[in-house]
Design a protein. Structure first.
Length: 285
């Protein structure tokens, strides 16, 4: 019968607060795995259980579970006593984690749980990995806060025959209707270099779209199953920016008369970019 040894630890700064867990898997003195993971905003006890769950799942990579005995060591006296049947599991957050540990333990020939002090060198290593993970998670949280928030002002407005939601075609290429892009006077110089007959990309803001949707049915998927909005052309998305290829038919001062635009009347225009076949067409090779 093969034997593997597991050491686990969990940590939470704030308890509950930003949490992480770590585990070691050993075969004798050989370290097979040393890993850590974030546990979100949680308590120390949730982190302790999560570490053990991750370790029991990962240990299967190194053995045939039904022919392997696991010795699991932790400095969490609460978790060890609960798993040994000495303490009841009363916290609602721990009950599903306890059940998952028991389920995973049942896939091995045997699993034992032993409490050891934090001074144990393997537990100390797990504690160090936890703190390294927490430091990295905290750094990422700070980086998220420092990401600049984009500030975007419309350069113009759409005038189209589509007055109500549902009246516009799904794609601009599906219509021959004419629309106008009224560019605001302060951006007039930016139109220099555009000519009738040019193909341009028009970026607009779907101002009447739902921004809280992350999955929508896809017209390209025959099953009709919802897909992530980033894999669709749906106007409903966190940042409802449209990208449409249109042809300029006429330029009247600061108004571009175009064909192929599927925007509702009054839609804000964010930007205009020229279409270049040599760089905007996918390589067919």
């Amino acid at each position: 019968m093969r034997k593997l040894t597991i050491y686990t630890d969990g940590a939470s700064r704030g308890n509950p607060g930003l949490a992480a867990c770590a585990w070691l898997i050993l075969d004798g003195c050989e370290v097979l795995e040393a890993e850590s993971a974030g546990v979100g905003e949680n308590s120390n006890n949730v982190a302790e259980y999560t570490a053990l769950i991750n370790a029991l799942r990962s240990a299967k990579k190194y053995c045939t579970p039904e022919e392997t005995e696991i010795e699991a060591f932790s400095d969490s006296e609460l978790m060890v006593r609960q798993l040994s049947g000495q303490y009841a599991v009363r916290a609602p957050a721990l009950k599903p984690l306890y059940a998952e540990v028991k389920r995973l333990a049942g896939t091995y020939a045997a699993v034992s749980h032993t409490h050891v002090r934090r001074e144990n060198p393997y537990i100390s290593s797990c504690d160090w990995m936890c703190n390294q993970a927490l430091d990295m998670l905290r750094k990422r949280e700070e980086e998220k806060k420092s990401v600049p928030r984009p500030v975007c002002s419309p350069i113009g407005i759409v005038h189209s025959p589509y007055k109500e939601k549902g009246s516009a075609p799904r794609q601009g290429r599906m219509t021959r209707d004419i629309s106008e892009l009224e560019i605001f006077p302060q951006f007039a110089d930016g139109l220099d270099g555009l000519f009738p007959g040019d193909d341009i990309f028009v970026l607009c803001w779907f101002d009447r779209s739902d921004r809280d949707v992350l999955k929508v049915p896809s017209r390209r998927d025959p099953t009709g199953e919802p897909r992530g909005v980033f894999s669709t052309r749906s106007p409903a998305r966190p940042n409802p920016i449209s990208l449409t290829l249109v042809k300029i038919l006429e330029i009247r001062k600061t108004t571009l008369v175009v064909r192929g635009l599927e925007m509702l009347d009054g839609t804000p225009v964010l930007d205009i970019k020229p279409y270049f076949a040599d760089i905007d067409s996918p390589d067919s090779a």
